[in-house]
Design a protein around this ligand. Structure first.
Ligand code: G1P
Ligand code: ZN
Length: 542
């Protein structure tokens, strides 16, 4: 019954910020998927007879890979695989299922916010038993294995019917097809005051949720429209499509521009939100008021006690290093711990497990809490709704009051996409070489206070992660940060993060790019972006 196939290694199976991501045709090479899945299993220990969770965001190639994983899990000795119906599970829902059913781990098939389709992106990510992305020591072990693999194991047999809830057998192993939404919706009911949110909608509060033809459609429809009574039509683009309707399922001001325009226009509803391909990111816009993800994290943390799940207060707040310091001001006021981690959700896992942090967030439209071990788009939307249901103020008022109380962190990220990798690496190398000379440099009326390459020592297990982004911090706390993306599949993407703190409410009404003008010019001066890349302007500004 078990078949062993000989194979040879691929040199390019190193997991990035969030798993292995490549174009579909690349994954389609013979043995490519199988090598990576077998390498995951080979790098793990002690899963015989245990449960593996499998699901994905429904993008092109999702269903085929679910079948491959099921067969290989059976051949490798798992006792049970739990799969979301139709192979669907949002990333936060998968994290919840792993935790709830005490699974050994899970395989999530997604390339997050990257486009999908026959020539677009696909991804495979392994999550450990706490429900979170595998930490670096696990991804490193997987990578080592991919370089030495000689065989993979499977069982032959027909495909499992993924459309029917229930149990079947593949070899000795049980396959359970579960409703992808039920467990997740039940978890949300434990965290938020659904009665208060229902009353908010009943009072005429209007909302638009753009699921971007990605995985959150069924989740948002069930929770917002069915359980919370939002009017039908609140959720748009709610059917998950393999190519996301040809769009980037990335909830930012470029790819969710229709939502942005609606929210800034005369017919704006009270609240607008969107989520990404696999449901872990969120975009939040009030009528006439965009909320930056960094501000959203700070506002959610400052008001979390209004939701029943967080009424006891927060243990701490964690944010990725490039995320603005807005949340730090909240942590300080609440007198709780504040942690600064490298980019990528995997770095929050230990802090959440150890009870050091309750709420975490990244500037890249991700926030979440200790309810799962992934960021969670709908969670953020529901916490916002819970806060608005209690405060009965507009998003704009909530944001402005927050700035008045804590100060405003003007913040923006500039992305230069599809750069030649050699050019991008040379730019970063040169930047690193220039660090010792930067302190005290004077540029556009600003003095550099310090400059370094961020390194993180995990307070729980002591592991050290180096080269996590170059920071140039000016006197007074303004800063620019440079790093290369670890999730792209084509060339290199340079991310430049720009931040300026403004305590004075009289100066909170500026246009963000205007408020950051000197810093943007300084960033170009420090890294020689235009000169090295030939690009006059970033491709994406968020
Ligand atoms: C990007 C984001 C990062 C996020 C990751 C996965 O990674 O910047 O915050 O955790 O996607 O969603 P990057 O491409 O910058 O490596
Ligand atoms: Zn995502």
């Amino acid at each position: 019954m078990i078949r062993t196939a000989a194979t040879t290694p691929f040199a390019d199976q190193k997991p990035g910020t969030s798993g292995l991501r490549k174009k579909v045709p690349h994954f389609r090479q013979p043995n490519y998927v199988e090598n990576f899945i077998q390498s995951i299993f080979d790098a793990l220990d002690g899963f015989a007879g245990q449960t593996l969770v499998v699901g994905g965001d429904g993008r092109y190639f999702n269903a085929e890979v679910v079948q491959i994983v099921i067969r290989m899990a059976a051949a490798n000795g798992f006792g049970r695989v739990l799969v979301g119906r139709d192979g669907l599970l949002s990333t936060p829902a998968a994290s919840n299922v792993i935790r709830k059913y005490k699974a050994f781990g899970g395989i999530i098939l997604s390339a997050s916010h990257n486009p999908g389709g026959p020539t677009e992106d696909f991804g495979i990510k392994y999550n450990i038993g706490n429900g979170g992305p595998a930490p670096e020591k696990v991804t490193d072990a997987i990578f080592e294995r991919t370089k030495a693999i000689v065989a993979w194991k499977t069982v032959d047999g027909p495909d499992v019917d993924l459309s029917r809830i229930g149990e079947t057998k593949v070899g000795q192993m049980t396959v359970g097809i579960i409703d992808p939404v039920d467990d997740y919706a039940a978890l949300m009911e434990t965290l938020f005051d659904f009665d208060a949110i229902r009353a908010l909608f009943a009072s005429g509060f209007s909302m638009r949720f753009d699921a971007m033809s990605a995985v959150t459609g069924p989740y948002a429809e069930e929770i917002l429209e069915r359980r919370l009574g939002a009017p039908a039509g609140t959720v748009i683009n709610k059917v998950p499509l393999p190519d996301f309707g040809g769009h980037h399922p990335d909830p930012n001001l470029v790819h969710a521009k229709d939502l942005y325009d609606l929210m800034m226009g005369p017919d704006a509803p009270d609240f607008g939100a969107a989520s990404d391909g696999d449901g872990d990111r969120n975009l939040v816009i009030g009528r006439g008021q965009f909320v930056t993800p960094s501000d959203s994290l700070a506002i959610l943390a400052a008001n979390a006690n209004l939701a029943p799940g967080y009424a006891g207060g927060l243990k701490g707040i964690a944010r990725s290093m490039p995320t603005s310091a807005a949340a730090d001001h909240v942590a300080k006021k609440l007198g709780i711990g504040c942690y600064e981690t490298p980019t990528g959700w995997k770095f929050f896992g230990n802090l959440l497990d150890a009870g050091l942090a309750t709420i975490c967030g990244e500037e890249s439209a991700g926030s979440g809490s200790d309810h799962v071990r992934e960021k969670d788009g709908l969670w953020a939307v529901l916490l916002w709704l819970n806060i608005l249901a209690v405060r009965r103020e507009s998003v704009k008022t909530v944001v402005e009051k927050h700035w008045t109380e804590f100060g405003r962190n003007y913040y923006s990220r500039h992305d230069y996409e599809g750069l030649d990798a050699t050019v991008a690496n040379a730019l970063m190398d040169e930047l690193r070489n220039s660090l010792p000379a930067l302190p005290d440099a004077h540029m556009n009326d600003l003095f550099v206070a310090r400059a370094d390459d961020f390194a993180y020592s995990d307070p729980v297990d002591g592991s050290l992660s180096k080269r996590q982004g170059v920071r140039v911090i000016f006197r007074g706390g303004s800063r620019v940060v440079f790093r290369l993306s670890g999730t792209g599949t084509e060339g290199a993407t340079l991310r430049v993060y720009i931040e300026r703190y403004e305590p004075d409410p009289a100066r909170h009404g500026l246009d963000t790019q205007e408020a950051l003008r000197e810093l943007i010019a300084n960033a170009d001066m420090i890294a020689g972006i235009a000169a090295r890349t030939g690009r006059a302007a970033p491709d994406v500004i968020t």
